[in-house]
Design a protein around this ligand. Structure first.
Ligand SMILES: [Zn+2]
Length: 115
């Protein structure tokens, strides 16, 4: 855990959507993990170490499956034994059919696509 405001630069595998930046400051005690994931071409959208109040977390791309999440958690475990949380924002289209709910997660590269 590090004090709020202690950062280390991480080189991202993909530029930030909003700013286009490819190097971002990350809470210093999780910078190694975030750099490892980016070196493995995992798209990290945000993260926080929890600053001793909660577990560290990472926001990942909305299209990541449960398998992708397990890969990320296993990769983290190789170098950090804290109880990491993975956060994912998703747009889900949910409708009702005779057999129950029909559920469709929309990959975020399609969120703004013109029809
Ligand atoms: Zn920290």
């Amino acid at each position: 855990m590090c004090k709020w405001g202690t950062y280390k630069d991480v080189k991202l595998a993909y530029p930030k959507e909003c700013s286009g930046r490819t190097v971002v400051p990350v809470d210093s005690c999780i910078a190694k993990v975030i750099q490892k994931l980016n070196d493995e071409k995992i798209y990290t959208k945000g993260c926080c170490c929890g600053h001793g109040k909660s577990d560290p977390d990472i926001v990942i791309d909305s299209s990541g499956s449960n398998e992708d999440i397990m890969k990320i958690l296993n990769s983290i475990k190789e170098i950090d034994n804290r109880n990491w949380k993975i956060i994912q924002w998703r747009i889900r289209i949910v409708g009702q059919s005779k057999t129950g709910l029909e559920d469709n997660i929309v990959p975020n590269n399609l969120w703004y696509k013109d029809k």
